[in-house]
Design a protein around this ligand. Sequence first.
Ligand code: F6R
Length: 235
Amino acid sequence: MDVKIVKDKVAGGQAAFELIKAGIDNGAKVLGLATGSTPITLYQAMIASDLDFSNMTSINLDEYVGLAEDNPQSYHQFMKDNLFNQKPFAHSYVPNGNAANIEDAAADYEQIIAENPIDIQILGIGRNGHIGFNEPGSDLKGLTHKVQLTESTIEANKRFFDKEEDVPRYAISMGIGSIMKGKQILLLAYGEDKADAIKATIEGPVTPDVPASVLQEHANVTLIIDEAAASKLSK
Ligand code: F6R
């Protein structure tokens, strides 16, 4: 794993942008994208750039089950607000959290990934080491599937909703196996509350207890982390 320590999230967004730009120069056509606070500075750098994504494909990691696509908290809406309205892609895929049958929608999504292999996958990380909505204990080879959110994730995400009861209890997420198919992976993490997860990801054993630790087994991973997120690393 290549670890780049940056001053702050703005520098991190710029560093991730530079790697994406280099990837596109080398022929990357499919970006795997994440939501949450972490990738926002990257998306701002993409928006500020003169890069054109209109011949590229994007594939998002996850979506809540049961939120309308135009719900302000849906990941469909997040991506429009934070990237797609300013920088459209030729095709943008986000899992369908409103499908009548979520298992079928998950299988369809895995097919989309198979047909559009992800060149560069962007990831954030949860405080418990989750990637996508793959919580501790997830199958390290799992594919896109329906997941039940843990109490810690509901707790972390409730800041975006009026009341805790409004936070969806289920999501549809690419699995760890789907994520590992990405040819190159960029994991971004900022702030002290990610420091334990980053230490376990880089220095701990590969274990389902820390889903991101499996990235140690991927041949092309770069972690872009700020000094606070790096603060518990021993080396
Ligand atoms: C988002 C996602 C999540 C987040 C993680 C960190 O699509 O898959 O795994 O990356 O929960 O969230 P933030 O960036 O809000 O700290």
